[in-house]
Design a protein around this ligand. Sequence first.
Ligand code: ITT
Length: 199
Amino acid sequence: MTRQIVVATGNPRKLEELRRVVEAADLDVQILGLSDFPSYPEPEETERTFEGNAMLKAQAAARHTGIEAIADDSGITIEELNDMPGVRSARWAGPACDDTANLELLLAQLDGVAQPRRAGQFVCALAHVTPGGKRRVFRGEMSGHVAPFRRGDNGFGYDPIFIPEGQGRTTAEMSAEEKDAISHRGQAVRAFVEWLKEG
Ligand code: ITT
């Protein structure tokens, strides 16, 4: 029987990436979104770690949908900014901000800062929770630096300003497959898929 897993995210671009990497593994798994279920109040992300917030989101979804759930908490950490924006990446420019405001603020904060002090990483914690309450977290990281400009139209969030280590392009200039192969989310989801295969 096909295994159904709900992805607890309100971010459609994230859902697309998560679904793409799980489906690439060719398992008998159907990925559902929150729109496949009656809505419920999503939990506030009150934890200080990506793992903690991912767990809050996955637990709430498993509780409300009655099926196993995964949730991704992710963001960008910059050493020069004491590892911020970190878990605050989605709200970096304020509670009602968007991707453009967030990345413009980050560019402004690093204005005039030379390499290698623009180094940082994308982090993804992927939590899996069963309706019975079994929990697990998978993590992926992608190192790189913040470009002094924005470039590329693919991806979402901070992709137009992030250049992964050893690459001359931002992740927004990469194809979906190129980003998945090296990304924080790609790594976390592949670790999850390996675990699914074992179970
Ligand atoms: P959910 O909590 O509903 O899943 P969200 O977008 O609010 O959606 P997060 O709280 O995990 O998700 O915030 C992630 C932030 O990090 C958000 O600003 C994203 O744009 C950014 N981010 C995460 N992964 C990214 C990626 O692969 N490329 C670019 N930006 C990314």
